[in-house]
Design a protein around this ligand. Sequence first.
Ligand code: NA7
Length: 288
Amino acid sequence: MTVNVGWIGLGLIGKPMARRLVDANYPVTLWNRTASKAADMVSAGARLAPTAREAAAAADVLFTCVSDPPALEAVLWGPDGALAGLRSGSILIDSSTVSPGLARRVAAACAERGAEFLEAPITGGTWGAEKGELVFLIGGEAATLDRARPVLDHLGKKLFHLGPHGAGQTIKLAMNLLYALEVQALAEALALVNGAGIGSEKLLDVLASSMGRAPVLDVKAPMMTAGNYAPSFPLRLMHKDLGLALDLSNQLGVPLPATAAARETYSAVKGASHGDVDYAAVRSFWRR
Ligand code: NA7
């Protein structure tokens, strides 16, 4: 049976994900706020819908992958938003990183329309999106995941079913705060070493043979030493995720002192940055 896919959000991650489904010959109907970003996808065989509502109306499985909670609210509940077009029996899969509370609100709105919902934030970056090697952190019903699995298998190498709605976003926020702190910790360690007149490569050589080594640092350390911050995962999105983690910590009464401090560093770099930079640019806090 043909599965009609709807896709909303052609950002750094969303676009290569949608492209994989077009290339796998799924009928894909797209909508993006900036329609011009869909031109190459249309050339590759996708159909461009005039509104999010119409993209949803064409879909058995509708994906959303947008920047942040206000963007998700706009594409779902805004004028000609997707929820108004969502078909009974269809599945909405949201791969944006948003709050667990918003994920639960979207689940309730889908249920009112007789549709099912999975939150499915991702890790793996643009590279993982292009290769179909993303890791999905899923919250929702197991039966919905079973229905969606054939499509998700084109996009990811691993699907973690983590619990009910909210669980996937909670784990995603916990993971991203860990990445943000690791990358900031490396930036601080490099600042100390450089401040003592020692080259960065000395610390990185030792790190490579130590327990301090981490895959995220293997990726970000070369960016930091070269000062090349072309965004793979933009700092503005990491800053958003640290804010979401702190909001959740306030709701739960769980203190996150290191995260709160790191958010100040990320805020300072975000404020001083020109254009979109990767979160490895947190290093520039010590280089101004
Ligand atoms: P990007 O590159 O920031 O892409 C953002 C997408 O979200 C892009 O399609 C935007 O449309 C869309 N967007 C942003 N704000 C809005 C509003 N207000 N209304 C409608 N559409 C909007 O993000 P990534 O693809 O790297 O990441 C997506 C998610 O995965 C994000 O939550 C990450 O944290 C993880 P535009 O093209 O700008 O018109």
